[in-house]
Design a binder for this molecule. Structure first.
Ligand code: GLN
Length: 456
């Protein structure tokens, strides 16, 4: 049924970069055969799933939204992909994304923009906009996204989905094409909080192949989602972050978004939560710090695309030296935003500027972590809008990188501190979805699911 919907609708939505119907049907038939033979199968066996194209899949084209990886067939599966395969899920296809996950609208994909199924003239968010559009458009029941500075939560918010960025280190990064290694994290995008929790449980947990993987069991996420849905939040202490849309911090926020958010807060109060305002002054510096740290790490990670090891190679006709072939390959293979970040990051890391830029940004990162620690002394969770605006018209921000970066205002603090955060739908403005963000202390992802389920 999903393959039929993709065939009928995806020319318009453009959520997928790669669909192999034959392979999907074969995987599904294998599950059926195993079931018929009496093999004990897990609860997700036979359920289709879409993967953001940043997740490496053995023998299945993986581009990370870039021309530089066009035609590359990975020789192995990312841990996330391997775990989903082992659970018996069926891979529907790979979804579109901003090139190397750099963006907030999916318009930075080298393969064209994806449309928001709520309004085909608008962006589906980004960078996991192919995954958000696939799920919102009923072209997949759920999908995997990755979030470096908001790329699961923001596209979920603007397409009316649930999206969760797990605690940094709690879902393996092995086989995710690296953007900013100290921030990247894969997570679920789904139509309901319970679905997101089930998908998260399938991919999460310790992985010895990722040196930053945390060796601790996952909390019982689906159980907490079910408990949250009962709607009892008595005694839960909820902090509303002033710096994220509160008094004196409303520049760039749409009034409708703030109104829906305030209604969400009232709903939490009605369910028994104690609401208090908290101040996290360093959050005001989150955007500036992120746009130094992420490009710095990206400039280093993207050095591996040299035209020798993977994908595209340009100008190698026997007359040119290695440096020239690398330069021609990178010039042709990377898009404008990727080049902008490589230049920014290389500059921020260069001798003489390192302390002033990268070093300062790392100090801000520490301050943001301290603000969270202080706030969590008096609160169990913190809340904010997920995105300052609803989905904007295609093209509206493509020539204005700073306007594009401003979409990440609310999601960046939890990213920089490595904390779990979920976006759950909280109503509409002019027919377009708004997201409500719930942030929790490290490894307390279960709290995000509990509160989100109560709001759902
Ligand atoms: N929009 C942010 C950026 O462009 C976040 C992207 C992400 O989380 N992958 O870097």
């Amino acid at each position: 049924a999903y393959l039929d919907r993709i065939a009928a609708e995806d020319l318009e939505v453009a959520a997928y970069l790669h669909v192999d119907a034959e392979a999907a049907l074969k995987q599904a038939a294998e599950v059926d055969a195993a079931r018929a033979a009496g093999t004990e199968l897990g609860p997700l066996a036979g359920v289709p799933v879409a993967l953001k194209d940043v997740v490496v899949t053995e023998g299945v084209p993986t581009t990370s939204g870039s021309k530089i990886l066009e035609g590359w067939l990975p020789p192995y599966d990312a841990t996330v992909a391997a775990r989903l395969k082992a659970a018996g899920t069926v891979l529907l296809g790979k979804t579109n994304m901003d090139e190397f996950a750099m963006g907030s609208s999916t318009e930075n994909s080298a393969y064209g923009a994806t449309k928001n199924p709520w309004d085909a003239e608008r962006v589906p968010g980004g960078s996991s906009g192919g995954s958000s559009a696939a799920v919102a458009g009923f072209l997949a029941p759920w999908a995997i996204g990755t979030d470096t500075g908001g790329s699961i939560r923001q596209p979920a918010a603007v397409t009316g989905l649930v999206g969760h960025k797990p605690t940094y280190g709690s879902v393996s990064r092995y086989g995710l094409i690296a953007f900013s290694s100290s921030l990247d994290q894969a997570g679920p995008m789904a139509r309901t909080v319970l679905d997101a929790a089930l998908l998260h449980e399938a991919i999460g947990g310790h992985d010895p192949r990722d040196s930053t993987s945390i060796d601790a069991p996952l909390p019982p996420l689906a159980e907490c989602a079910r408990r949250g849905a009962e709607g009892d939040l008595a005694g839960l202490r909820v902090g509303v972050v002033r710096e994220l849309g509160g008094e004196g911090h409303r520049d760039g926020y749409e009034p409708g978004v703030l109104a829906r958010f305030a209604e969400g807060v009232e709903q939490l109060r009605a369910l028994g939560a104690e609401i208090r305002e908290v101040s996290c002054p360093a959050f005001d510096l989150g955007l500036a710090a992120y746009y130094l740290i992420a490009p710095s790490e990206a400039s280093s990670n993207l050095a591996r695309f040299d035209g020798v090891r993977y994908g595209l190679r340009v100008g190698d006709d026997g007359t040119r030296d290695l440096d020239t072939v690398m330069a021609l390959t990178r010039e042709a293979g990377f898009g404008a935003e990727v080049k902008r970040r490589i230049i920014l990051g290389t500059y921020a890391l260069s001798s003489g500027y390192y302390e002033a830029y990268y070093g300062q940004a790392q100090k801000v990162r520490t301050l943001i972590g301290r603000d969270f620690s202080n706030a969590f002394e008096g609160c169990d969770v913190l809340v904010s809008p997920t995105s300052p605006t609803v989905a904007w018209p295609l093209g509206a921000r493509v020539d204005d990188p700073l306007a594009m970066y401003a979409a990440d205002l609310c999601t960046l603090p939890a990213s920089l501190a490595g904390l779990p955060a979920i976006s759950v739908p909280c109503g509409l403005v002019d027919g377009l979805p708004v997201g409500f963000q719930v942030m929790a202390p490290a490894l307390a992802d279960d709290r995000c699911y509990r509160v989100a389920a109560a709001l759902e």
